[in-house]
Design a protein. Structure first.
Length: 507
């Protein structure tokens, strides 16, 4: 019965005029996640001042969302394949909105970290479901490329909307308001999605294996935590034990998937060079860029003294470049080649990051704006084409699991990047020498130093601010240089792994 009905559903999906309206609902979910990620960076100085977290707690606030979401994406993508992608998307969006309220009213660093972790659980349901539904809505390859481009462009637009809307809110309200903007977006998504989104699932899904879920969650979180702690405190015995636990859990996960008749994740997907190459490119790209993304808002506000709204506008070129590139990326990859577009985009991002090593306390905006525009264009080309490669290389029944792998690479790269590059910035920052009377907490974060300066005599305050800002910029130079090296190396790797890879053409 299932096989008899499947072709009719396919034909309906291709010809149904409502598929573009359904896409608009899916991109709202992407917007929800993208806005949330960007406004956090903008609100970090205010959270730091109000909740007074330590440097380590501040990094946890920044990356625990990525830790949890990376650990659960594969499980949630597979769950969506089983119980229905529409159902898990709408349920996740509702939870995302509700937990955003908890983020907004967090009163301690510990509660903020917990709220971000719970938001990661909800967020893990959204991204795989959106890409999987695109795979099932758009069967014409060129239409799907355009849909994926719109999906990616919306994520990029969210990185612009987030800082600008967040900057406006931070100037007029308290920092928790930046999380409450999720609520109207979530409400529209759920109300419109109920009417427009088609339900889709794997017709022969097999059981949802809880042991595999636990193994993937423990494995990813333990490995990422070990990397974070090793970068901060070195290879201590607890760190090595955590890394061993994570590696063992991931080995158990892979072994279990290879032996199950219907696995949570079909590991044979990684035998396809295009699939594995696209996933690796995404992971390393985000790793190289994430340090810049997390610390840029602090540079603009705490080093250059821009107001939040102005800082948000300053980051706009990256989003503009990514939107423009995302919309034409599929056409460019068909005209030239997948590897030319992906490798070229990554190399452009690497060179732009290298240029940012010239930033100083008083650097004019043209250098930063031009670099951000190039970062956006390069990332827009690369991410859109790799997402298209990943989606088109799997049967639509496995679209949720494959999309989850893509998103896991993205979130894992973000978590590792913030852990590694963030630790570089934090480590370099802590080494500055302040004037007599500098409190210890000023060495924890730049936000703490700015706060401490308000309670010191004018000449001492000025000396503290200059020393701490110079040290922060030095750390940003190191992180940008490391990110540039990662991006340029990734461009070379992608050139070889994506050799001969092509996007589908309409039949």
């Amino acid at each position: 019965m299932t096989s008899t009905l499947q072709p009719a559903a396919t034909t309906e999906a291709v010809t149904r005029p409502g598929r573009w309206l359904a896409l608009s609902v899916l991109v709202l979910a992407v917007l929800l996640v993208a806005v949330d990620a960007t406004v956090l960076g903008l609100a970090t100085p205010y959270i730091s001042e109000d909740l007074n977290p330590s440097g380590t707690q501040l990094l946890w606030i920044g990356d625990v969302y990525s830790f949890v979401i990376a650990g659960l994406l594969v499980s949630m993508g597979s769950l969506g394949d089983r119980i229905g992608r529409k159902r898990i998307l709408l349920g996740g969006a509702t939870a995302f909105g509700a937990i955003s309220v908890l983020n907004a009213y967090a009163t301690t660093p510990e509660l903020m970290i917990l709220a971000r972790a719970l938001l990661g659980v909800a967020g893990a349901t959204l991204m795989p479901a959106t890409l999987a539904l695109i795979r099932n809505l758009f069967h014409d390859p060129r239409e799907r490329s355009l849909a994926v481009g719109i999906w990616g462009a919306t994520a990029s637009a969210g990185t612009a909307v987030g800082p600008i809307a967040g900057g406006f809110l931070l100037e007029h309200f308290w920092w928790g308001s930046v999380f409450l903007i999720n609520l109207p977006v979530m409400a529209v998504l759920v109300l419109v999605g109920i009417r427009t989104l088609p339900e889709s699932r794997n017709p022969n899904p097999g059981p949802w294996d809880l042991i595999s879920v636990v193994l993937s969650l423990v494995g990813v979180i333990a490995v990422v935590y070990a990397v974070k702690e090793a970068a901060t405190h070195g290879f201590t015995w607890p760190v090595l034990a955590t890394a061993l636990l994570g590696a063992t859990a991931l080995y158990g996960f892979v072994h279990r998937q290879l032996t199950m008749p219907t696995p949570l994740l079909d590991m044979r997907l990684f035998r396809r060079r295009g699939f594995s190459g696209a996933v690796l490119a995404d992971l390393l790209t985000v790793l190289g860029m994430s340090g810049l993304v997390f610390f840029l808002s602090q540079y603009l506000q705490l080093v250059q003294g821009r107001c939040p709204f102005e800082a948000g506008l300053a980051e706009l070129p990256a989003a503009v470049g990514a939107v423009a590139a995302g919309l034409i990326a599929g056409r460019a990859a068909r005209r030239f080649s997948v590897r030319t577009v992906v490798s070229g985009g990554l190399a452009a991002v690497g060179l732009a990051l290298a240029a940012l090593t010239a930033l100083g306390q008083s650097t004019g905006y043209p250098l930063l704006g031009a670099a951000l525009l190039v970062v956006g264009i390069g990332a827009g080309f690369s991410f859109t084409v790799t997402a298209d490669v990943i989606l088109s290389s799997v049967p639509k029944e496995q679209a949720g699991a494959a999309s989850a792998v893509s998103e896991t690479a993205y979130e894992l790269g973000a978590a590792l990047g913030i852990a590694l590059l963030g630790s570089i910035v934090t480590g370099a920052y802590r080494g500055f020498t302040g004037p007599a009377g500098t409190p210890a907490q000023a060495h924890e974060s730049l936000g703490a130093a700015v706060e401490a300066a308000t309670k010191m005599p004018p000449h001492s305050a000025e000396a503290l601010l200059n020393a701490s800002r110079d040290s922060f910029v030095h750390g940003l130079h190191l992180a940008s240089g490391a990110g540039a090296a990662v991006l340029l190396a990734t461009a070379v790797v992608a050139w070889f792994l994506l050799k001969g890879q092509k996007l589908e053409s309409a039949g």
